[in-house]
Write a protein that binds this ligand. Structure first.
Ligand SMILES: [Fe+2]
Length: 272
């Protein structure tokens, strides 16, 4: 079936783990935007949710770091972090091994993708799922783009990967939703944690909403690092969604810097 939903959201652990420390009105607005995103995914009739995330050395390490990886299991456990710290109870999310295998088989025609039959979700996937599938009743297909261990996946390759995901999603009979998680500017796990470059974020989201491929690919890691921190490398996940929704324009439903969450909190989607 043609892709039924494409969107992006933040995934910082503070969103759930430090919820009580944020300004209540701002936090409530952000959470309401997550609720709207869940409703939109449910309304799309999606039968599986592909979550394109940036992993944080929970499953993939420097001994064997894939540029792209897709999960191929019937279930996934999480969160791998301490549940109390993250503010998310231990869960088992359903997968769909057969669907993963068909998607991977199609993606492999143009992208050398790794696949994993074991995958423990870290906050990059657990935080979005906490809001988007709180009952864990929608099969999840986890996807990782290497935004962490240099040499990072080139952003142009992330675009090609997004195109391959779209082709694969369109090729299966199931209705597929895709959500990218990560970024945008942030400096997690550094002395600058809590710093947010709002102007940079808004410019990026303008390019993302217009789905302007040339503008979206006009980033290099040195300037991203200087302007948006090492967390800014996670724009790859948002770019992958842009490519999957190539030709569609998007709407930013929520953007607000929330320093205690250590990121400019974002909810956005494309009109497919
Ligand atoms: Fe992250």
């Amino acid at each position: 079936m043609p892709l039924v939903y494409a969107g992006v959201c933040s995934h910082a652990p503070g969103i759930t783990g430090r919820a009580d420390q944020a300004d209540p009105a701002t936090k409530d607005g952000f959470y309401a935007a997550f609720d709207d995103m869940r409703a939109a995914i449910e309304a799309s009739g999606a039968e599986a949710l592909i979550v394109i995330a940036a992993e944080h050395f929970a499953n993939f390490f420097m001994n064997n770091m894939p540029a792209f990886a897709v999960g191929m299991a019937d279930f996934y456990d999480g969160p791998i972090e301490d549940a109390a710290w993250l503010g998310i109870d231990k869960f088992r999310a359903p997968g769909n091994r057969d669907l993963s295998k068909r998607l991977i088989t199609e993606i492999m025609h143009t992208v050398d993708v790794a696949y994993a039959e074991e995958w423990k979700f870290d906050h990059g996937i657990a935080v979005p799922l906490h809001f988007l599938t709180p009952r864990f009743d929608l099969p999840v297909i986890p996807v990782n783009v290497n935004c962490q261990g240099p040499p990072l996946t080139p952003i142009g390759r992330a675009w090609a990967f997004g195109e391959a995901i779209r082709r694969a999603a369109d090729s299966v009979p199931e209705k597929i939703a895709v959500v990218g998680t990560g970024g945008i500017s942030h400096w997690p796990a550094t002395p600058d944690s809590g710093k947010i470059n709002e102007a940079w974020d808004r410019d990026f989201l303008d390019r993302w909403s217009r789905n302007d491929k040339d503008a979206l690919l006009d980033y290099d890691d040195l300037t991203v690092y200087a302007d948006a921190g090492q967390g800014g490398f996670e724009i790859r996940t948002f770019l992958t969604i842009s490519a999957a929704a190539s030709g569609a324009t998007g709407t930013v439903h929520f953007y607000e810097p929330i320093p205690i969450f250590a990121v400019g909190c974002t909810i956005a989607s494309y009109k497919l």
